[in-house]
Design a protein around this ligand. Sequence first.
Ligand SMILES: [Zn+2]
Length: 142
Amino acid sequence: MRMAETGGAESPMMSLSWVTLAIVVVIGIFSIFSLWLGFQAYGSDHPEQANYYIIIGTTGFAIVGYMFFRTKSITTKKPLVPKADVITILECASCDLKRVRDFQRGDYVYKEDEPCTRCEGNMIITGIHRRAEPQKESPRQS
Ligand SMILES: [Zn+2]
């Protein structure tokens, strides 16, 4: 009895998760079958064969566990890409009016942007930041 070693499953990406799943299922059934054969052999007069089957079975389960853990960790990692949420801070040079708006393509610090809503001057971009996300740490009581 031999483990089917058809290559191709060794790709580092493991993008085809259903292939992995199929391999896991096949190895899992094979492992259960080996363990079953092992326990059957224990009752018979071939205890060495029983050990052999049980080693194959447990190795198969170890492979299944490893592959399952690996694919699971990959699939849970994927959607955790944070969306960049950037804001632009504008200040008027003449009257110190401050405004915050969403970042727009082409914004850069010290760029003269839209006209001031309070005076005749132009507003200048003084900062481009990532929007502060609501975090649990350092709860402020104002
Ligand atoms: Zn102004």
